[in-house]
Design a protein around this ligand. Structure first.
Ligand code: C2E
Ligand code: MG
Ligand code: MG
Ligand code: MG
Length: 280
């Protein structure tokens, strides 16, 4: 009996693998289409605020894909685009669109602050993403202080020449580097020390445990202490409650980001949110 059900499970698993494969191929085809027409793709902006004053200091750029009325989550399609290499073209579109939007805001004196752009490991190790970003910044007249890039700690474990070249270009041109989802990937603390990143983002899974889970609180406190010691600013992600915000501010976290302050918003909504929060 056990054997029988084991076989069934195996066959079921096999079929779902197949389905999974088909879904990936379909997603790649649909993404190809979205990249060539591109009215399906857009960018959203989520404010980051200073922990003490709660004033906005900038926003994280998050890609959105809407296909025939259905929103497809970046958590689903980014890994597929990474596998197929489409992330490089998608990443170019994201950078160009974000820079163009930022230039427009700056022209109209909208106080956006710094835009933080997520960059995939694949872009960093297989393209001239730094040169392309710098070229775009020249084109749109964007100063280095207006841009940060985000990537995860696992990226640091890739020691390819291309990746190191990209990172040194960012560094040499004073573009801030932010380590995303800290504590959830693979990290060597000596690589982290060597990199001298400007920001460390505490992953939302730890932030979610504040007030509920002593281990999470312990990790939050230790991460802030380590970041301070390494002269990095700390950003907490996924702040959803006032209690979390107060705890993080009290522990010395510098910046906060999460639904408690604002959800990721379209460019026009973010602009209105900013203008509202400045006049208040
Ligand atoms: P991430 O870079 O860590 O982005 C933070 C994610 O947390 C975003 O999900 C954001 O909408 C969500 N979030 C923000 N505040 C809260 C909160 O208070 N509670 C909860 N539960 N979630 C919150 P999103 O936009 O679905 O993106 C998921 C991931 O997809 C990102 O994680 C990033 O790894 C990737 N991604 C998104 N946009 C881009 C992009 O433009 N380029 C690249 N390479 N990756 C991207
Ligand atoms: Mg991010
Ligand atoms: Mg994150
Ligand atoms: Mg993440």
């Amino acid at each position: 009996r056990a054997k029988h059900s084991g076989k069934n499970t195996y066959r079921f698993f096999d079929e779902s693998m197949d389905e999974n494969m088909q879904r990936r191929v379909a997603t790649q085809r649909h993404l190809e289409e979205a990249l060539s027409q591109s009215d399906q793709l857009s960018l959203h902006y989520q404010p980051q605020v200073a922990a003490l004053s709660e004033e906005s200091i900038g926003a994280e750029v998050l890609v959105r894909w809407q296909r025939g009325g259905e929103w497809i989550s970046p958590a689903d399609f980014i890994p597929i685009a990474e596998d197929s290499g489409q992330i490089i073209e998608l990443g170019r579109w994201i950078i160009d669109t974000a820079l163009r939007q930022l230039a427009d805001w700056r022209d109209r004196d909208i106080p956006v602050g710094k835009l933080s752009i997520n960059i995939s490991t694949i872009q960093l190790s297989n393209s001239d993403v730094a040169l392309e970003l710098l070229e775009g910044m020249r084109l749109y007249n964007i100063p280095a202080k207006a841009i940060a890039i985000e990537f995860t700690e696992t990226t640091l474990m890739v020691r390819s020449e291309q990746l190191i070249r990209n990172l040194s270009l960012f560094r040499n041109h004073n573009i801030s580097i932010s380590i995303d989802d800290f504590g959830t990937g693979y990290c060597s603390l000596s690589y982290l020390k060597e990199l001298e990143a400007h920001y460390l983002k505490i992953d939302q899974s730890f932030v979610g445990g504040i007030g509920k889970n002593e281990s999470d609180e312990c990790i939050v406190i230790a991460t802030i202490a380590m970041a301070k010691g390494l002269h990095m600013k700390v950003v907490a992600e996924g702040v959803e409650t006032v209690a979390q915000a107060e705890y993080l501010a009290h522990q010395g976290c510098d910046y906060l980001q999460g639904y408690h302050f604002a959800r990721p918003m379209s460019a026009i909504d973010f602009e209105q949110w900013l203008l509202r929060s400045v006049t208040l």
